[in-house]
Design a protein around this ligand. Structure first.
Ligand SMILES: C[S@@+](CC[C@H](N)C(=O)[O-])C[C@H]1O[C@@H](n2cnc3c(N)ncnc32)[C@H](O)[C@@H]1O
Length: 306
C-alpha cells in the first residue's frame, strides 16, 4: 500500500477519489456523492458522528423530518457498501427544537429504524459519558451521547482482547474449590462494558483543533480495534477534522472520509499525515490501575509481583 500524492495546489497529500489500494482517501465534498461512487462490499467499518441539525457553525438547519430523511438516505448507502462482516457505529446526541419550546429529540431513537428496517442487528447502544458541556437551566445538563453499533449479519468481526480494561482486582485468585490459587478473572482485563467514560475534546484537551465537535481519538480507537482487523477499510462520511482516519492510521487500517468544509479537510489531512508518521499526540484514556503500595501488585495491571 502506498500513500499517493496526485493532488496539486492544495494542502492535501491524499487522493480524493476512491481506489481500494489507497491507504487514505480524503473526499472534498458531499458524502452522498462519494458513497455512490463506491463499489458494494467495500467497507468493514463505518464510524461517524453526523451533524445534529442544531445550528453549529458547519450546519444549515433544515426541518427535522427532512433531516431524518437525509440521514436515512446516507445510512442506506453506508449499508449498501458495507461488507457482510462489517459494522456501523452512528454516534449521536439530541436535536433540540429551539423554535418550539426547546423540546429534546434523541437522535438515536429516530435513526434506529433506518438500520433495523434494512435488516441490520443492534449489538450495543453504547453510552459515552463525559464531564463537560453546556449548563442547562430548564432541564438537567446533558452529559452523555450514544453510539448505535449495528452489524450487517451475525457473522461479524469483534475483537474483545485489544479493548479490555484492567480488572478492579487484577490479582484476585480463587481461594477454594478445584480452581483454588488460580486467577479468578481474565488476566488480560475485563470487558469495557457499554458505558464509556471518556473526556470530550474541550479547550484544554491535547487533541483540540478548531472544530467544535471532534471525537476523542481514544473513543474511536476502541471501536476500530474491536470491530476491524489490520488493513480493513474504515469510513467516516462526516469526518470533520479526520479523527476516525487518524485513529485508523494509528491502528494500521485503511481509511476514507468526506468533508464539505474545506478548512476541516485540510486539518484532517495534516492530522492523518502525522498519525501515519507516529507524530500525532493524543490522550490515551485507557484506565490505568494503580494498586495500593504494599499490595504485592506492580503498576502494570496485568503482571503480578513474585
Ligand atoms: C459532528 S462533525 C464530525 C466531527 C468528527 N467526528 C471529528 O472528529 O472531527 C460533522 C461534520 O460533517 C460535515 N458535513 C456536513 N454535511 C456533510 C456532507 N453532506 N458530506 C460530508 N461532510 C458533511 C460538517 O462540516 C462537520 O465537520
Amino acid at each position: 500500500m502506498s500513500i499517493q500524492t496526485n493532488l496539486t495546489n492544495t494542502n492535501l497529500i491524499f487522493p480524493t477519489t476512491f481506489h481500494e489500494d489507497n491507504r487514505v482517501t480524503l473526499f472534498d465534498g458531499d458524502c452522498e456523492v462519494f458513497l455512490n461512487s463506491l463499489p458494494p462490499n467495500s467497507l468493514q467499518l463505518v464510524v461517524t458522528s453526523p451533524p445534529y441539525n442544531v445550528g453549529k457553525e458547519y450546519e444549515t438547519n433544515i426541518p427535522f423530518d427532512e433531516y431524518i430523511e437525509w440521514q436515512d438516505r446516507i445510512i442506506g448507502l453506508c449499508i449498501e457498501k458495507l461488507k457482510d462482516q462489517g459494522s456501523i457505529c452512528w454516534q449521536v446526541g439530541n436535536y433540540i427544537d429551539r423554535k418550539n419550546k426547546n423540546e429534546v429529540f434523541p437522535l438515536d431513537i429516530y435513526l434506529y429504524n433506518s438500520f433495523k428496517s434494512r435488516g441490520l442487528q443492534l449489538r450495543n447502544r453504547i453510552i459515552w459519558h463525559f464531564g463537560h458541556g453546556l449548563h442547562a437551566n430548564s432541564r438537567f445538563s446533558g452529559r452523555y451521547e450514544t453510539i448505535l453499533w449495528f452489524t450487517k449479519t451475525d457473522d461479524y468481526v469483534f475483537n474483545l482482547d485489544p479493548v479490555r480494561v484492567p480488572q478492579k482486582y487484577p490479582g484476585k485468585k480463587a481461594y477454594k474449590g478445584e480452581k483454588a490459587g488460580q486467577y479468578s478473572s481474565n488476566p488480560l482485563g475485563k470487558n469495557p462494558s457499554d458505558v464509556w467514560e471518556i473526556p470530550n475534546v474541550k479547550s484544554n484537551h491535547i487533541e483540540k483543533t478548531e472544530h467544535p465537535c471532534q471525537f476523542p481519538i481514544s473513543l474511536v480507537n476502541r471501536l476500530i480495534t474491536s470491530m476491524s482487523n489490520e488493513n480493513d477499510l474504515v469510513f467516516d462520511p462526516f469526518m470533520g477534522v479526520g479523527t476516525t482516519l487518524a485513529a485508523s492510521a494509528i491502528n494500521n487500517r485503511r481509511s476514507a472520509g468526506c468533508e464539505i468544509h474545506r478548512p476541516y479537510l485540510d486539518i484532517a489531512a495534516t492530522r492523518v499525515k502525522k498519525a501515519l508518521n507516529n507524530e500525532l499526540s493524543f490522550r490515551d484514556d485507557k484506565p490505568v490501575y494503580e494498586p495500593p503500595v504494599g499490595s504485592g501488585l506492580t503498576q502494570n495491571p496485568f503482571t503480578i509481583e513474585q
